[in-house]
Write a protein that binds this ligand. Structure first.
Ligand SMILES: [Zn+2]
Length: 196
């Protein structure tokens, strides 16, 4: 049996996703143990080609998040979707003990998913602009202003540190299985994979 930090995503129902993650103690910052957790999170983020990972998603109840919206990701979206959701490139950002501040009361609503609720999506309302502060790692500044989709990513990941999952905030009637059409076409012979 594997032990955290995992190379897969913990799934909803795992208690680690519902607890309030602990602050990383100052004396632990810069230790091999924390560096290895960060490295593992970046590895998982890139392997699964997603845009954010919070430590509880690899089974570690600590306040660490990684985010990245890599340049090439734009090709995965139709131009109108990319524009409508205000997506933009975000270089790798790693925060230990992040604090999130809402900097605009404006909100937007878009489809959101989570690797810890694999295979589903729903509309979620999020704030348009945020400021995130914390201990930056791997070249991340200690403070960043984010807007649009990147502000959404930060809100989603910081939620994970507080035991919150997007399903707690979603418009319930929009919750959907991403492969529902394929399930019909394949007469039910379809599966959700938890590894890649
Ligand atoms: Zn998530």
């Amino acid at each position: 049996m594997s032990v955290p930090p995992y190379l897969h995503f913990t799934q909803i129902g795992d208690p680690v996703l519902r607890q309030i993650a602990e602050e990383v103690p100052p004396e632990s910052i810069g230790t091999v143990e924390i560096d290895q957790i960060v490295d593992r999170m970046v590895k998982v983020l890139r392997h699964y080609d997603c845009v954010g990972v919070a430590a509880p998603q690899v089974g570690v109840p600590l306040r660490i998040i990684v985010m990245e919206f890599r340049e090439g990701k734009q090709e995965q979206f139709k131009p109108e979707i990319y524009a409508e959701r205000k997506m933009s490139t975000l270089p790798l950002a790693v925060f230990i003990n992040p604090e999130l501040e809402i900097t605009s009361s404006a909100v937007n609503k878009h489809p959101e998913g989570c690797m810890s609720v694999r295979g589903y999506s729903a509309q979620v309302e999020r704030y348009e602009r945020v400021r995130i502060k914390g201990i930056g790692k791997l070249g991340t500044p200690s403070e960043m202003e984010l807007e649009g989709w990147n502000a959404r990513i930060a809100q989603h990941e910081v939620d994970h540190l507080n035991g919150k999952i997007y399903v707690d905030r979603m418009d319930v009637s929009t919750f959907n299985c991403l492969s529902w059409q394929q399930i019909n076409a394949a007469e039910g012979r379809s599966a959700i994979w938890f590894h890649k």
